[in-house]
Design a protein around this ligand. Structure first.
Ligand SMILES: [Zn+2]
Length: 70
């Protein structure tokens, strides 16, 4: 009766796949969620290792794209 359209998922070319991986690396590098265990302050830093604004170095660093599900 009616012709069904072909639903094929878009395939990534090798160069596109490389760009996708680079984007993941960029996200990991420039989106580090910092959580101070002393005062509870949270902020986003471009790189892990920075102390909190309160002066505490007890900071937890979490990559934003590595948040667990749920
Ligand atoms: Zn703090």
């Amino acid at each position: 009766m009616s012709s069904s359209p072909t639903d094929r998922p878009p395939q990534l070319r090798p160069d596109e796949l490389q760009q996708w991986r680079a984007a993941i690396a960029e996200a990991n590098r420039y989106n580090i969620l910092c959580h101070c265990k002393t005062c509870g302050y949270e902020w986003v830093e471009s790189a892990a290792g920075a102390p909190c604004r309160c002066g505490s170095e007890k900071v937890e660093y979490i990559s934003c794209w590595q948040f667990p599900d749920g």
